[in-house]
Design a protein around this ligand. Structure first.
Ligand code: ADP
Ligand code: ADP
Ligand code: ZN
Length: 216
C-alpha cells in the first residue's frame, strides 16, 4: 500500500504515521525527519536545509525530490510506503508522479487530515519531541509520564526550534499557498480521502483504518 499523508503543520500526520506504519508494516518516510536528522549531524544537506526550515520555508524542490527518490528506491519500499510531509507543492507532486509512473507504481490513498486553524496553533505550541527516538508529545493532550522525559527512552524532551509562534504562522501561510492546492490536484485523481483531524488521536486513527481497510 502506498499512502500520502497530507495536512497542515500540526494536523497530527506524524502521530498517525506512527500507528499506520506499525499496523500496516510499511516504512514511514518523513522529509521533515530526514532534514532534522541531517541538521543535527551537520551534513552538507543539513546546512542547506537549516536555512529554510528555521524560517518555516520549504527546502528547494530539486533537493527534496532527489532525497525522496533515493529513499523510495530502497528495498524496504518495494511493497509500500507512507509519505509524511511530502509532496508539499504541485512541483513535488508531479515529480513523484513521474518517478512512480516510470516504475509502473501508483499511490493508493492521499489522506487529507483537516484541522481548525486555532487547534493547529495550540498543537504546535505545545508539541514536545524526543531528540533521540523521535516520539511526539503534547504538554496538555499527550504529556509524558514524567514531565519533560521521553516514556520510551528516558531522553530529555525538547521543543522543535521551528515550533515558535513566528515560524508556526509562517508555516501555516506556506501550507495555504503551496500545499493546500494538492487537495484539488489529488482530488482530480480521485485519491483524496478526507479525515476529520480535530477529533482525539484514537478516533482519527479509526477513521483512517475505515478508509484504507485492513489489508496489510
Ligand atoms: P504534524 O506531523 O502534522 O505536524 P504531529 O503529529 O507532530 O503533527 O502533532 C502535532 C501536535 O499535536 C503534537 O504535540 C501531538 O501530540 C498533538 N496531536 C496530534 N494529534 C492530535 C489529536 N488528534 N488531538 C490532540 N492533539 C494531537
Ligand atoms: P510539520 O509536520 O510541522 O509541518 P515537517 O516536519 O513536515 O513539519 O517539516 C519541517 C520543515 O522541514 C518544513 O517547515 C520545511 O522547511 C521542511 N520540509 C519538510 N518537508 C518538506 C518538503 N516536502 N519540501 C520542502 N521542505 C520540506
Ligand atoms: Zn525517546
Amino acid at each position: 500500500m502506498r499512502v500520502i499523508l497530507l495536512g497542515p503543520p500540526g494536523a497530527g500526520k506524524g502521530t498517525q504515521a506512527e500507528r499506520i506504519t506499525k499496523d500496516y508494516e510499511i516504512p514511514h518516510i518523513s522529509t521533515g525527519d530526514i532534514f532534522r536528522y541531517n541538521i543535527k549531524n551537520n551534513t552538507e544537506l543539513g546546512k542547506l536545509a537549516k536555512q529554510y526550515t528555521e524560517k518555516g520555508l520549504l527546502v528547494p524542490d530539486d533537493v527534496t525530490n532527489k532525497i525522496v527518490e533515493d529513499r523510495l528506491s530502497k528495498d524496504d519500499c518495494k511493497d509500500g510506503f507512507l509519505l509524511d510531509g511530502y509532496p508539499r507543492n504541485v512541483v513535488q507532486a508531479e515529480s513523484l508522479g513521474k518517478y512512480l509512473e516510470n516504475k509502473g507504481l501508483k499511490i493508493d490513498h492521499v489522506l487529507n487530515i483537516i484541522v481548525d486553524r486555532d487547534e493547529l496553533v495550540k498543537r504546535l505550541s505545545g508539541r514536545r519531541v524526543c531528540p533521540s527516538c523521535g516520539a511526539t508529545y503534547h504538554i496538555v493532550t499527550k504529556p509524558p509520564k514524567v514531565e519533560g522525559i521521553c516514556d520510551h527512552c528516558g531522553e530529555k524532551l525538547i521543543q522543535r526550534t521551528d515550533d515558535n509562534i513566528e515560524s508556526v504562522l509562517k508555516r501555516l501561510e506556506v501550507y495555504e499557498d503551496e500545499t493546500k492546492p494538492l487537495v484539488e490536484y489529488y482530488g482530480k485523481l480521485n485519491l483524496i480521502r478526507n479525515i476529520d483531524g480535530n477529533k482525539p488521536v484514537n478516533e482519527v486513527y479509526k477513521e483512517i483504518q475505515a478508509l484504507i481497510g485492513d489489508e496489510v
